[in-house]
Write a protein that binds this ligand. Structure first.
Ligand code: SAM
Ligand code: TMP
Ligand code: ZN
Length: 407
């Protein structure tokens, strides 16, 4: 299987194939199972610009709509991270007279609420009406639409140039990357910055975080590929920093060419990526063997525990859980339910694997012997919240970077 690169039209050959998968956030009722749709989940690397991307994609209207299940404000960690981001912008890029910030994919307003409270001109662009409405209810200004070239021109016409265009865990979701950058070009002030925080291919590989791969994540960026993408669309990558979100992401800062002096971190990270072969398609192919090992180990552990009569459940039903359960073939026979604190997911089934999602109270009620931690990026917060579980002899099963029972 091969496609043309969405960035540069180079060739992208499938290198890692996680099989047929449903919409990762398509939590569903039992009556919706018959209509569930599956797409092949495979990624490859462009032979020209090195951008790793999905081979097949699901139309954006099927992924983002008025019942999009992901709520960004759902964890304490995310709330405090995005509050810090907002405070940093307020102290730096937004410190001038009458500043203006646009967030692409503002979701329920987790970042913009701090900006709005500070009385700063802002606009969120959010196509999923349910979460956009949650942001509106917080007093945030939001347009319910997809960001693209036309949106960039429209906003520029009504609001003028943006000092900051921000996106978190959103830019990698946008398949029309050329249109996105043309929109940024139309909207960004001459001296403005386009800042985005996205999952990092280096983390996916280091931590065997193959569960970051799902239909919504079209791109798996590296510093090298983002530098190439920026240059391809007439911009320059001027900063790149590791951040701890979602197990380890990178925050990229892009500006118009020659406007900002690139931070030394860009060259440092490029050197580190080169040393570890992150732009080598062979690295991606080798990763397949590691992922297959995790599947084999997780399945054999769950089957053994079931044979011993232990109650094993899942904890957290993030999109990642869809990838893992479908790729490994884990259904309700191995994990009778998954706990999740998101009210909108409770009472529904995990896409494809059809494991029921239940509220945290069920965890306390049923007192399982083991729990597979699907929301592993929130390990600290969850383990602290459910301290009673290990105190009562319960054990956490973690599959990142390899399958183990946490001690
Ligand atoms: N920024 C939040 C965060 O980091 O937690 C939310 C991230 S959420 C995974 C991705 C968001 O991007 C969704 O709310 C989705 O509706 C939105 N989105 C998807 N495509 C978009 C587009 N073309 N323009 C603007 N937002 C988009
Ligand atoms: P995320 O990794 O994409 O942020 O998703 C985390 C999922 O885990 C989300 O569905 C909410 C759930 N969760 C809990 O069930 N309990 C918790 O304490 C936390 C932090 C998250
Ligand atoms: Zn390319």
């Amino acid at each position: 299987m091969r496609i043309n690169c969405r960035v540069c039209d180079g060739t992208v050959e499938a290198a890692l194939d996680l099989g047929k998968q449903p919409l990762a956030n398509g939590f569903l009722g039992p009556d919706e199972i018959a209509a569930e749709r599956f797409t092949r989940l495979a990624v490859g690397m462009c032979d020209r610009c090195t951008t790793v991307q999905l081979i097949e994609e699901v139309k954006q209207e099927l992924r983002y709509h008025d019942s999009y299940r992901y709520q960004a404000s759902g964890s304490r960690g995310h709330r405090s991270h995005f509050e810090q981001d907002a405070r940093r912008f307020i102290a730096t890029e937004l410190a001038g007279p009458d500043p203006f910030i646009v967030e692409i994919g503002c979701n329920d307003g987790v970042m913009l609420e701090t900006i709005a409270r500070a009385g700063i001109r802002h606009l969120g662009i959010e196509p999923s009406a349910n979460v956009a409405n949650a942001a509106l209810a917080k007093g945030i200004r939001v347009h319910t639409r997809f960001f693209d070239e036309a949106a960039g021109h429209d906003i520029r016409a009504t609001d003028g140039p943006a000092d900051v265009i921000f996106g978190a865990n959103t830019i990698c979701h946008i398949a029309h990357i050329g249109s996105l950058f043309r929109g940024v070009d139309a909207l960004l002030a001459d001296d403005g910055v386009f800042v985005f925080e996205e999952p990092y291919l280096g983390t996916v590989i280091d931590r065997t975080a193959f569960d970051q791969i799902y239909d919504e994540h079209i791109f798996y960026f590296t510093v090298r590929s983002v530098q190439a993408i920026a240059a391809h669309f007439g911009f320059e990558l001027v900063d790149a920093e590791h951040i701890a979100m979602h197990g380890g992401e990178i925050r990229y800062t892009i500006a118009r060419p020659g406007r900002r002096r690139p931070a030394p971190a860009v060259a440092e990270l490029l050197t580190a990526e080169k040393a570890r072969g992150l732009a080598d398609p062979e690295t991606l192919r080798r990763f397949t063997a590691t992922v297959e090992r995790v599947r084999a180990d997780l399945l054999s552990l769950l089957r053994r525990l079931r044979a011993e009569g232990r109650l094993v459940v899942g904890y957290g039903a993030p999109a990642k859980c869809t990838t893992v359960t479908n790729y490994c073939g884990i259904g309700p026979d191995l994990l009778p339910f998954v706990i999740d604190s998101t009210p909108e997911k409770q009472g529904l089934l995990v896409p494809g694997s059809h494991i029921p999602v239940v509220p945290p109270e069920t965890f306390t009620e049923k007192r399982p012997d083991f729990a597979v931690l699907f929301a592993w990026n929130h390990a600290e917060e969850i383990m602290a919240k459910e301290k009673w579980f290990t105190e009562a002899g319960g054990k956490w099963i973690v599959y990142i970077p390899q399958v183990h029972v946490a001690s």
